[in-house]
Design a protein around this ligand. Structure first.
Ligand SMILES: C[S@@+](CC[C@H](N)C(=O)[O-])C[C@H]1O[C@@H](n2cnc3c(N)ncnc32)[C@H](O)[C@@H]1O
Length: 388
């Protein structure tokens, strides 16, 4: 029975068009199956960013002719955890949506609160919550949106396994999961699957997962883990053979600033922002209260690009505490990891040669009292052609 059910999952023939641009790679195949088998009449996603999860839902709705109307709600400006990003994201999501899913999918560029009135009470059959992940924000979003979910409908909550910084989805999930049938994919950032109580039976793969102890639940979980691992391997291969340049990941660069008070750089003490490629951009990345600069490290997730930096300024409040504009001033910044320093008449030019290029600023003395540190970069990123 398990083998037959697994073999019949619609996601066996799924080749995601969008992958590797968010934190959703672990759950793409499940997302595809949920839409294909539940065939929700109305699907709403809160928090879409580059569309990794949303376009898996949409691709399934299109390929399985589910008759689903899909809505993506996002300001497309980013938030304190996802980081800020420029207009490249909305333009790309909008173009992709228009090219493939215009018949049934609509992007609502507004706050979650402003979108509420667009949906009738108990009308949504599949709701995905993936906005700001602080406990307070998740509580507020759930309080506002759960009344819109139809009894028997499915809620997906992303990032239930993340316990760093101010991520608090896990706390809200712990309370919610027992108030209806639920299942948790713990791998990676984690995905909670919850059914609003109603007594309604669900199709596979949802019923064996949510229906309590069931032999086939472990088999479904293993299947999704294998599909996710294969996708991660494919992304790794794109980096190894350079074909990452041909994917959507190559259209934007993630800038990650590590701030430290003790000289050790940790993921949980970092802040991110994202810029699109091709033109000059100015980006300011605010650092959290009590951030140190002993020293600051700046990493770029950037697919084999050249990065020109015309200015890098660190401010404490409004006061600049470090500025580099000339080539001589940039000489004080170390280049490490997967990056080569190129000759430059002014500013800094880098060639990115792999997945982990790094800049090390000199250690900075931060004034005792200030209104918060921020890092401003004026930069242009262009994708290099493959070297022959
Ligand atoms: C974690 S990302 C979404 C990731 C996405 N689901 C994916 O597959 O990659 C969170 C997004 O939620 C948006 N967001 C956060 N809070 C919001 C709010 N209150 N209203 C509208 N958008 C919000 C941010 O702009 C950001 O793009």
């Amino acid at each position: 029975m398990t083998a037959v059910s697994l073999a019949a999952l619609p996601s066996h023939s799924f080749h995601p068009r969008v992958y590797g641009v968010g934190a959703w790679t672990d759950n793409l195949y499940f997302a595809y199956d949920v839409v294909a088998t539940l065939k929700p009449r109305l699907l709403v996603e809160l928090g879409t960013d580059r569309g990794e999860s949303y376009f898996a839902f949409c691709q399934s709705a299109a390929e399985n002719a589910t008759g689903t109307r899909c809505f993506a709600v996002d300001t497309w400006q980013g938030d304190a955890q996802a980081g800020g990003y420029d207009e490249t994201t909305f333009r790309e999501v909008s173009d992709h949506n228009a090219a493939h899913y215009a018949a049934f999918s609509m992007l609502l560029r507004c706050s979650f609160d402003d979108a509420l009135d667009r949906f009738a009470s108990e009308s949504i059959e599949l709701l995905h919550l993936d906005g700001l992940h602080t406990e307070a924000a998740v509580r507020q979003d759930l309080q506002a949106w759960l009344p819109k979910l139809k009894p028997g409908g499915i809620l997906l909550m992303h990032d239930i396994s993340v316990r760093v910084r101010d991520f608090g989805v896990w706390k809200v999930w712990e309370e919610l999961r027992t108030s209806g049938r639920s299942f948790a994919f713990d791998a990676g950032p984690g995905l909670g699957v919850w059914q609003k109580p109603s007594g309604r039976a669900l199709p596979e793969p949802l019923e064996p997962l949510l229906g309590g102890p069931h032999d086939s639940a472990a088999a479904f979980e293993a299947y999704y883990r294998d599909r996710a691992a294969a996708t991660q391997q494919k992304i790794g291969q794109h980096w190894r053979d350079g074909t990452i340049r041909e994917t959507a990941a190559a259209h934007q660069t993630i800038i990650q600033v590590f701030h430290t008070r003790d000289g050790i750089h940790r993921e949980e003490e970092s802040a991110v922002a994202r810029v699109g490629h091709g033109s000059w951009k100015e980006v300011t990345i605010p650092l959290p209260a009590r951030a140190g600069a002993a020293p600051l490290r700046i990493d770029f997730l950037s697919a084999f690009t050249s990065i020109e930096i015309a200015e890098l300024t660190v401010r404490a409040g409004d006061e600049p505490i470090f500025t580099a504009r000339s080539a001589a001033e940039f000489d004080g910044i170390g280049v490490a990891g997967d990056a080569e320093r190129l000759a430059a008449a002014s500013g800094l030019r880098l060639r990115v040669t792999g997945v982990d290029p790094q800049l090390y600023l000199p250690p900075l003395t931060v004034p005792e009292e200030h209104q918060g540190l921020s890092v401003m970069l004026r930069l242009r990123v262009t994708v290099d052609s493959p070297r022959r």
